[in-house]
Design a protein around this ligand. Structure first.
Ligand code: HPA
Length: 262
């Protein structure tokens, strides 16, 4: 049975309803992951959960060891990751509490270790035309329909370095580029998962209107409140998704390294 990974973002440090079975501390050639991987069961599947900011939210987005986190999942035999993140809503009509199943990304991060392949194990260029696993996205959309949790099918995620929030002009420019939401953790998580041949889907919860869209000052409290309020919907969506995920992968993610090495 294939194992499923879940990465929790701001405000999501546990999955309600997950029956705990234990925890694993993992060491990796890239250093320490964000914390212990919690192992549990839900929807009849083995679930491995990691809060990316640490269980007490002490790791800021630009200090997360993305490589260690993804490597750890690989080491534990995880084939698919559902990644949950808080985002600012850029697109008109997106409201705090809305859930977006991402389909594209624009990477604007600058200072992150973004590959497992620094040359020692060859030069690798993975295909990233579709950053998110098609099969996993379809399963999430189907699950949303079945449990009547409204999700938006598709959204372009602008990944920024942080930890500061954006200026109003930055958000305006991201909108011109085609971004629908903005967040600080979506990259290089997605591309590292692809390098590790792990399927990866991005579930973004709109926590606030992005800078300049609402005239109010952005606060961390509103982000945390929106995430807490959305946790019931996220739980329903995850549980149904776990139950619906097919046993065998048929997507291209599982052979991402094929024809990608020089
Ligand atoms: N910008 C960047 N990251 C975020 C935001 C935002 O407005 N909200 C939650 N994460």
């Amino acid at each position: 049975m294939s194992k499923l990974g879940v990465i929790g973002g701001s405000g999501l440090y546990e999955i309600k309803g997950l029956v705990p079975k234990g925890a694993k501390k993992i060491t990796t050639p890239f250093g320490k992951p964000s914390g212990e991987y919690l192992i549990g069961e839900m929807g009849g599947k083995e679930i491995i959960f990691l809060p990316r900011h640490g269980s007490h939210h002490n790791i800021p987005p630009h200090m997360i060891n993305y490589r260690a986190n993804i490597w750890g999942f690989k080491k534990l035999g995880v084939e698919r990751i559902l990644s949950i993140s808080a985002v600012g809503g850029i697109e008109k009509g997106l409201e705090p509490g809305d859930i977006v199943i991402l389909d594209q990304v624009i990477d604007m991060t600058r200072n992150r270790k973004s590959t497992f392949y620094d040359g020692k194990d060859g030069v690798v260029h993975i295909d990233f035309t579709e950053p998110y696993c098609r099969e996993l996205r379809q399963t999430l959309l189907k699950a949303g329909k079945r449990v009547k949790v409204t999700v938006k099918d598709g959204g372009v995620y602008a990944a920024v370095e942080g930890p500061r929030l954006e200026s109003a002009a930055e958000i305006k420019s991201f909108a011109v580029l085609g971004a629908n939401v903005v967040g600080m953790t979506g990259m290089p998580e997605a591309s590292l998962a692809r390098e590790a041949e792990i399927c990866y889907a991005g579930i973004s919860v709109v926590a606030n209107y992005a800078a300049g869209i609402s005239k109010r000052k952005l606060t961390v409290a509103e982000v945390m409140k929106a995430m807490k309020d959305a946790s019931g919907k996220i739980k329903l969506l995850l549980k149904e998704t776990f139950a619906l995920i097919p046993g065998q992968r048929k997507c291209v993610c599982r052979e991402a390294l094929k024809e990608a090495k020089i």
